[in-house]
Design a protein around this ligand. Sequence first.
Ligand code: ADP
Length: 479
Amino acid sequence: MSQPTPPQAKPPSFFHSIRFRLVLWFTAILALVLAAFSLFVYYNQIHDIRGNALLQMEQRMDLIIHGLPSGHVPSNLLGSDDVFLLLGQNGGVIASQGLESDQEGADIAESAEGSALQSFTSREGPVTSWTAARGTSAAQYIYMARPLSIDGHPGIAILGSPYDPYGLYGRLVFTLLAGSLLTLAIALGGGLWLADRAMRPVQAITQTAREISETDLSRRLHLRSKNELGQLADTFDAMLDRLQSAFTRQRQFVADASHELRTPLTIVSLEADRALAARRTPEEYRQAMSVVRGENELMTRLVGDLLTLARMDSGQQSLKREPLDLSDVALDAVERLLSLAGRSGVRLETGPLPEASAQGDRQLLLQMVSNLVENGIKYGGGAGHRVLVETGSAEGYSWIRITDDGPGIAAEDLPHLFDRFYRADKARTQGSDLAPSGSGLGLSIVQSIVRLHGGQLRVESTPGAGTTFEVQFPISSQS
Ligand code: ADP
C-alpha cells in the first residue's frame, strides 16, 4: 500500500522571509547612521564656511574703514556681487556701493537697525552679522555691520557678500545625499546577496527534510560547516541516526516477533492436521494435545513478554514505587521456581539474605529476579548444578546476585545478551521438556525493569565456570 505523501509546507514569500527582514533591518539601521553622520558633517561644514566668510569679511571691513577717510572704497576690496553702505547717525544711507536700488539700501539699513544696532550697544560687541535674502534674486547674503565715527558723528559701515559664492552648500548636500544613497543601494544589494548565501544551508536542510520519508531515513545533510547552521545540521543528522536505528530495531523486533510466533503456530497447525487426518488412538490424541498445549504455553509466554516490553517502551508501565526488601523478593522468586529447579535436577539455594532496601514495583522486581533465576536453571548446566541467590547492601546501593556454576557465556555473546530475541546458544535452548525454552526476551525485560528503577545490571561470566548477574539499586535518601 502506498503511503500518502505528507502535505508540504509552502516556502515563505520573499517579504516574509528572514532574508528580507534581515536586509530591511540592516538597511534601516544603516540609513539612520548615515543620516546622523550626514547631519553632523553638514552642520560642521556650515559652521566652518560661515566662520571663514566672516573672517574674510572682517579683514575686508578693516581695510575698507581704514581707507574711508580718503573718500572712496578701493575697488579691489569689493567684489562685483558685494554691497557696501555707510549709515549716518539717524540711520540714513550716506554712501553706498553695489546696491540694486535706493529701496534696497533702505531695507538693509532697516534690518541693520533691527539686528545690528541693538547689538552694538548691548552684549554682542562692536561687530555683528546676519544673513538675509537679497534683492530681486533673493540670493542668501551675509551682512556685517561695524560702528564707526563719521566726522565726529557715530555711524555704521555695512558690508554684504554672497553667503555661498562657490555653491559649496549645494555641492555638500549633493555629495552627502548621493553618497548616502549609493551606500544604501550597495548595502541593500550586498545584504541581499549575503543573506541569500547565509540562508542557503537552511534551504538545503529544508529540502533534505522534505525528501526524508519514514521508509527512507538514510538521507543525511553532511553540511560540513563549522558555523551555527553546521551545528544544527549535525544535530539533525545525529537525530536521524537515532531515528533510523530506532526504526530498524523496531522493524527487526516486529519481524523477530512474527518469526517466533510462526513456528509454534505452524507446529499447532501441523499437529491438528495430523490428528484429524485419520482415526487415532486416545494415546495419539493425548500426545497431539500435549504438543498443542506446549506450543500454546510458549506463545502465551511470548505474547506476555512482548506486551511487557511494549508497555515499558511506551512508558505506559505504571511503576509503583514502594519501599521493599530485596531479600523478600528473592525468597518469593526462589519459592516460585523451586519446583522447576527440582524437575531439572538443579539445586536452587539462597545465600545470606540480609535486608536490602530498595524503592520499586514489587511485581516487576519479582519478574526480574524470576527471569534471572530461571535462566540459571535453564542455562546453568542442568542436573547436578547449583543456582545461588544472594542479597546485600553497600554504600549507597542495595544489590541482588544470582550465580550459577554452569557452562557460562562466551565472550562474543556477552555484548548482545540483552538484545531482544538474542539467544547465545540456539540449539541448547530449544525444546527442553523440563524448562520452557525461551524466546530471547527474558534478559531484555530484566534490563528494562532495571532501567525503569534507575538501577545497574552487571554480568560476569567465565566459560566453563559459571555466570553471575548482579543488579544494583540506589538507596534513595527518603527510604
Ligand atoms: P530467554 O528468554 O530465551 O531465556 P534470555 O534473554 O533470558 O532469553 O537470555 C538470552 C540468552 O542468554 C539465552 O539464550 C542464553 O543462551 C544466555 N543466557 C542467559 N542466562 C544464562 C546463564 N545463566 N548461563 C548461560 N547462558 C545464559
